[in-house]
Design a protein around this ligand. Structure first.
Ligand SMILES: [Fe+2]
Length: 464
């Protein structure tokens, strides 16, 4: 067996790994590519590889797949589990089928659970077991969530996931495991920060493997699930039908302030991608703060409405192609455009909204003493792990629908660093709330400044 040339291309924001495998004859296989193919293409081109195979472990819910584009633009053969007719040419695989690729062969292994059709792929080189692509079945320290299809299917799929993991555990301990979903993915339930593992490491340390039998496994898996973005419920169908091919790099059309004003009157939503401090200093009334960073796509997908035009406000140092590409990853293909000249252009003819106060630990402590309330908009699991005493938890993804749960009076919004919190503050501001502050730190920053411990548990984590 030669030395394996397997290149992981990690999307930290989506928490996913795409794998580029050099087949050794000028061709490459791409496992679970996403729509933003820039890095995969760069890695292939650097090595002089043509992407001959685009392979999918399951119908993705968390991002627009890149397999249809690789087929259309690079001529790749798409290999994917059978899910009924797709809107583009592909080879549907079922359990046990093998595809020969030069000295490599790829064998489909039906591992339902994360989805009913889910396939893992066993990679052999010259007939020798080399590793397993496990997609959203066996992952580092966890397994793929089973509640993305429907409430009725959550438990049956969790039972299927148990059996799939049992099946994977029949491989030797030394077998490398290459999952698609990893840390940061909303497709996972818990897990660790590592992106690859082995069968033996998971046998020894995966908490779900410690569960005693199928019922305990199901309880442990379902008990570890947090919420997931609503857009997960739409992207599967888009991926099945075949997303539009992004033949040119997505761009943002420049729009005058007057045109943006008209679009807003007609129902457009304004997404402000600038950093929290810029948004805090001044922003378009009603605009939603989603600072551009690796998780931008996820929060855009979660917080923006797909059937309303989207206008972007960005800073001069932010790349419009990066922003438009991130939006396309979650199905926002056709943004209306961007405010030409950014926020300063708006202020020439229009009033801005009330600034948001950015506060440090000392100011937070002062405000708490004068009766301000803390709204913690992190995921309930993060809140349970440690929060300020008395903080109210409403997850950012559910804040707009739970405004009645926000404490009256002055409110301080917080998360871990102030980025998601600014999104929460923008939702409150758009609803007419005033006197909003955002804490620029997290619970540990408050604890060290106050000399008090954070509180744990979920007593206040009521609203989702
Ligand atoms: Fe998934």
């Amino acid at each position: 067996m030669g030395s394996l040339n397997l290149i992981p291309v990690v999307d930290e924001g989506l928490g996913n790994s795409t794998y580029l495998l050099d087949l050794g004859d000028g061709r490459a296989l791409v496992m679970d590519p996403e729509r933003d193919l820039r890095q995969v293409r760069a890695e292939a081109s650097r090595r002089g590889l043509s992407m001959a195979y685009a392979v999918e472990t399951h119908l993705h819910a968390d991002f627009i797949s890149g397999v249809a584009e690789l087929a259309a633009v690079e001529g790749a053969t798409v290999l994917a589990p059978e899910v009924g007719p797709r809107g583009f040419a592909h080879t549907g695989l079922t359990d046990g089928q093998t595809v020969e690729m030069g000295r490599f062969s790829l064998q489909a292994l039906h591992t339902p659970g994360h989805s009913p059709e889910h396939l893992s792929y066993v990679l052999l080189e010259d007939g020798d077991l080399t590793g397993i692509f496990t997609g959203g079945s066996l992952m580092v320290g966890t397994a793929g969530r089973t509640d993305l299809l429907s409430p009725e299917m959550t438990v049956p799929l969790a039972r299927a996931q148990y059996r799939s993991l049992q099946r994977l555990m029949e491989f030797p301990d030394t077998t490398p495991v290459w999952p698609t979903h990893g840390a940061g993915s909303f497709c996972s339930a818990g897990g660790s920060g590592d992106r690859v593992t082995t069968i033996g490491a998971e046998r020894a340390t995966n908490p779900l493997r410690q569960a005693d039998g199928e019922d305990a496994f199901v309880a442990a898996l379902l008990g570890s699930l947090g919420t997931f973005p609503d857009y997960f419920l739409r992207l599967g169908e888009t991926n099945k039908a075949g997303p539009a091919v992004l033949d040119a790099r997505p761009r943002l059309t420049p729009l005058s302030a007057a045109a943006v004003g008209t679009l807003m009157t007609d129902g457009a939503q304004v997404i402000d991608a600038r950093q929290p401090a810029d948004y805090a200093a001044g922003h378009l009334p009603g605009s939603l703060s989603i600072p551009f960073r690796p998780v931008f796509a996820t929060w855009l997908g979660w917080l923006a409405t797909p059937d309303r035009p989207v206008v972007i406000v960005r800073g001069p140092d932010q790349d419009p192609v990066d922003i438009a590409t991130a939006a396309a990853k979650v199905g926002f293909d056709t943004l209306a455009g961007e405010l030409d000249g950014g926020y300063p252009a708006w202020t020439q003819g229009h009033p801005g909204a009330e600034p948001v106060s950015l506060i440090k630990p000392g100011q937070l402590i002062d405000r708490l003493q004068t009766g301000a309330a803390v709204l913690d908009i992190r995921q309930s699991g993060e809140y349970a792990a440690g929060h300020l005493p008395g903080a109210v938890n409403i997850e950012l993804g559910y804040l707009a629908g739970n405004l009645a749960g926000v404490p009256e009076g002055p409110v301080i919004v917080m998360c871990g660093h102030g980025e998601r919190a600014m999104g929460g503050a923008s939702i409150l501001a758009a609803s007419g709330r005033t006197g909003i502050a955002v804490f620029t730190g997290g619970p540990a920053d408050w604890a060290s400044a106050a000399g008090r411990p954070v509180e744990t548990g979920t007593v206040m984590a009521a609203a989702r």
